[in-house]
Design a binder for this molecule. Structure first.
Ligand code: SAH
Length: 240
């Protein structure tokens, strides 16, 4: 069943106007006709069955019945340094599939000097959310400096510091006796973290340095591995 993320409020009987992109996708690409059923979600009101109304003209969707009530997502974030675009887009897509609630883009000493298109990254996250069956779309936040992120780090959120420079316990051990509650994974750029950055991150009481093994992983591999292991040890893969 096709799932579509919309921003509109969802309730029985609501009429949702499709934007040109959504209409093209449903009518031209997926070749749906009037009466065809799709699933809609907006991250707030649950997932609803809806029917396509109107022909090739201004197609709209008529909301029918609730398919699944809104479910809380995982209290899991990802803070990732700016890496080259293709890899960054992979990271956003995998973070959505792996249940990250938000992705913060970090400017670090060795981050790529790029200005990512946050709207495009959000669209990638939404498409991944549609495919993966989650009830919300991860928030993609505009790039800010590592120091700003550390200064405003929430007191109750643990920081899984993926430190490639070593001197960190294996991830399974670091999370083994971990307190429950909110976490965020932190991943550096292709050039890694500087010594000063490592010291600043480690100075935070919420920081839990972790090793992702004896090999140096690319940032996208590291993000996927760290998010997956968190889900397996503390997240919603346990109850799956
Ligand atoms: N500059 C480094 C590579 C950085 S890899 C070097 O070549 O030595 C990009 C990011 O992935 C790192 O900053 C870290 O956050 C994560 N990472 C990669 N391999 C890791 C490992 N074995 N343990 C912990 N984190 C790792």
């Amino acid at each position: 069943m096709i799932r579509l993320h919309v921003s509109d409020d969802l309730r029985a009987g609501a009429e949702i106007e499709l934007n040109p992109g959504q209409r093209r996708y449903l009518v031209d690409v997926m070749r749906l006709g009037p009466g065809a059923e799709v699933l809609l979600f907006n991250g707030r009101d649950g997932e609803w069955r809806a029917r396509l109304a109107g022909g090739r003209g201004a197609a709209s969707l008529e909301v029918q019945t609730l398919a699944r009530p809104q479910a809380g997502g995982c209290d899991l974030g990802l803070a990732v340094a700016l890496v080259k675009r293709p890899r960054l887009e992979t990271i956003i897509e995998k973070a959505a599939e792996l249940g990250a609630a938000r992705v913060r883009l970090m400017i670090t000493e060795r981050a790529q000097p790029i200005r990512p298109n946050v709207e495009r990254l959000t669209a990638i996250a939404a498409e991944a959310a549609e495919q993966t069956g989650r009830m919300d779309v991860p928030a993609i936040e505009a790039p800010i400096s590592l120091s700003s992120i550390l200064e405003s780090w929430p007191g109750d959120r643990f920081l899984m510091f993926c430190d490639e420079a070593g001197e960190a316990p294996p991830l399974v051990d670091a999370l083994g006796d971990a307190p429950s509650g909110g976490w965020a994974v932190m991943i550096g750029p292709e050039g890694g973290f500087s010594a000063a950055e490592r010291a600043a991150v480690r100075a935070l009481p919420q920081t839990r340095p972790v090793s992702l093994g004896p090999r140096i992983l690319r940032a996208d591999t590291a993000a996927i591995a760290a998010l997956s292991l968190w889900q397996a040890i503390l997240g919603d893969w346990r109850g799956a």
